[in-house]
Design a protein around this ligand. Sequence first.
Ligand code: G16
Ligand code: MG
Length: 223
Amino acid sequence: MIKGFVFDLDGVITDTARFHYQAWAKIAQDDLGITINPSVNEQLKGVSRMDSLNIILKFGHRENDFTQEQKEVFATKKNDYYVALISHMTPADILPGMKEFLDELRAENYGMSLASASKNAPRILAGLGLTTYFDKIVDPASLRHGKPDPEIFAKGAALLNIKPSEAVGLEDAFAGIQSINGAGEFSVGIGDPKILHEADLNFNCTAEVSLAKIKAAYADQND
Ligand code: G16
Ligand code: MG
C-alpha cells in the first residue's frame, strides 16, 4: 500500500532551472570567461552546486585553472546571485496542477518529503507557500552521493518512517528516476517519456499528474 510521496523540487514543484541557468551564465561569463548554452544547462539539473561548476569548467576547458578555494568563491557568488533571483518567488510559481495534487495528498493523509539536491529548498518552499505540506526535507549536505545514486530517495522514505516499497517518488530527470528505482520505490516521471523511459508511470507534464492513475498503476504492479 502507498503510504508516502517523495518529491524532487526543481521541475516537479517549481521551475528553478531557469534561475540556476541565469546565475551560472553570469558567473561563467563574468568570472570564468566561458559562454554557456542551454545544452550545458541540461547537464546541471539535479546536480550539486560544486559539481555544476565543475561541469561548466570542463565545458570551457578550464578544469585545471583554479584552486578549490577559488572555486568555492565562484560557487558562493553564483549562489548569492541565485538567492536574489529566487527571493521573488511566490505561490504563482508553483507548476500547474501541483498545488491541487499536494492538497489531495494532504486530504488523504499521505506522508510527504522532499528529495532535492538544493540547499535552498527550504527557502524556495517558503516562497511558494508550501512549507507546511512537507513533513520532512532531506538535507543534501548529509548525502555521500548525488542522483542517480539511490541515497537521496531512500532517505526521503526513511524520514517518513515508511518502507521503500510503500513510497512513490516523483522526478523530472532521468538520473532522478534511476535514484527512485535504485531505492526500490515506485517511480513517477514527469516529462518526455522517451527520456524517462525507466519510470514505472509517466506523465507528460505536471498538469497531468493524477493520484487516481498513480494508485491504479501501483496496484497493478503490486498485486
Ligand atoms: C537542484 C537543481 C540543480 C542545482 C541543485 C543544487 O536540484 O536542479 O541545478 O545545482 O539543486 O542547488 P543549490 O545550489 O541551490 O544547492 P533538484 O534536486 O531540486 O532538481
Ligand atoms: Mg528536478
